[in-house]
Design a protein around this ligand. Structure first.
Ligand SMILES: NC(=O)c1ccc[n+]([C@@H]2O[C@H](COP(=O)([O-])OP(=O)(O)OC[C@H]3O[C@@H](n4cnc5c(N)ncnc54)[C@H](OP(=O)(O)O)[C@@H]3O)[C@@H](O)[C@H]2O)c1
Length: 287
């Protein structure tokens, strides 16, 4: 089997390398060709267009930024002409309605479409321990599960297309909310002169604790947001996707709108390509 991979950024590149490490044949495309070099070095085939990937692969994994990038890459007239009998596995974070619309275009062109967004980041790609949520028919899930198992011990079928995208956005809303809530309390105890270790040991024993707090504690204390797995700009993208969808569903999104302002402030501070825990620096400005 030859697997196509379009989008070899922070996530797509290690995903391709993981497949190659399992002796799976990979053909990859990226808009910026430099990012394909590590894949070529690991034995992958480099394509000079997305069309070439679709033409040559048995299925194509998409790990692009957003719905616009997907449309510009695989929904061009030329790419669409190669879609009959081809399966697209869309693994980026996009909105449920975007995912359903892309499915319709792929199916109308004679192809098949699954969504398989992921929770986890580069370390979990490398160890094959992502949480992969799959929106598809049951038959598609059974057929493509072995491909997804390269990234997750147990891919989870959530229902039809749109359900996995919605699940992923609900989880990422928690990333924004939990991180901003923790950053605010951390900044508060620091400014009050409270012992941070003592605060953390009480928090760890309480029902309020979330493991992400300890994962981000040292970055926040040291204001070190370099080498991100998930940059602030992607947290803004996902927050916007959630807000649009949640408002359409009639939910009150006031709390998340406030967090969105903080994420935007972090971006205005030049932290868009830093780890998303940089929102701490927008909440607790270094004086
Ligand atoms: N990073 C994480 O921890 C993580 C975890 C779970 C889910 N995700 C989601 O997975 C997706 C990819 O994330 P990432 O961190 O790998 O992002 P990334 O490093 O920014 O990579 C984005 C990829 O999309 C390509 N791209 C963007 N716009 C394009 C366009 N108009 N035409 C063609 N290619 C385009 C980029 O190409 P260039 O290289 O040319 O810019 C790059 O290959 C996102 O939806 C993200 O929210 C990320």
């Amino acid at each position: 089997m030859k697997i196509g991979l379009i989008g070899t950024g922070l996530m797509g590149q290690p995903m391709a390398i993981r497949l190659l490490g399992a002796n799976v044949s990979v053909i990859a495309y990226n808009r910026t060709p430099d990012k394909l070099q590590p894949i070529a070095d690991a034995g992958g085939i480099v394509a000079d267009s997305p069309d070439k990937v679709i033409q040559e692969a048995d299925c194509t994994i998409l790990m692009l930024t957003d719905g616009t990038a997907i449309a510009e890459t695989i929904l061009t007239d030329k790419a669409i002409s190669y879609l009959p009998h081809h399966t697209i596995i869309q693994m980026a974070t996009i909105a449920p309605q975007e995912s359903r619309a892309i499915r319709e275009r792929v199916v109308a062109a004679g192809g098949e479409y699954l969504e398989a967004p992921v929770l986890g980041s580069i370390p979990q790609v490398k160890t094959g321990e992502l949480i992969v949520m799959v929106g598809s028919t049951r038959d598609q899930f059974i057929k493509w599960c072995s491909v997804l198992k390269h990234f997750s011990p147990e891919p989870i079928h959530t229902g039809e297309v749109g359900t996995a995208a919605a699940m992923k956005l609900a989880l990422n809303q928690l990333i924004a909310s939990l991180t901003s809530a923790f950053a605010l309390s951390l900044g508060f105890v620091q400014r009050e002169g409270v012992n941070v270790e003592q605060f953390m040991s009480i928090l760890r024993e309480s029902a309020l604790y979330a493991p992400t707090f300890d994962k981000k504690l040292s970055r926040m204390r040291e204001r070190n947001f370099t080498n991100p797995n998930f940059p602030t700009k992607h947290l803004l993208k996902d927050t916007d996707l959630f807000l649009t969808q949640a408002e359409a569903l009639g939910l009150d999104t006031s709390s998340l709108k406030g967090i969105r302002q903080i994420i935007q402030k972090a971006i205005a501070l030049g932290l868009e390509n830093e780890d998303y825990s940089a929102i701490y620096s927008a909440i607790n400005i270094d004086s």
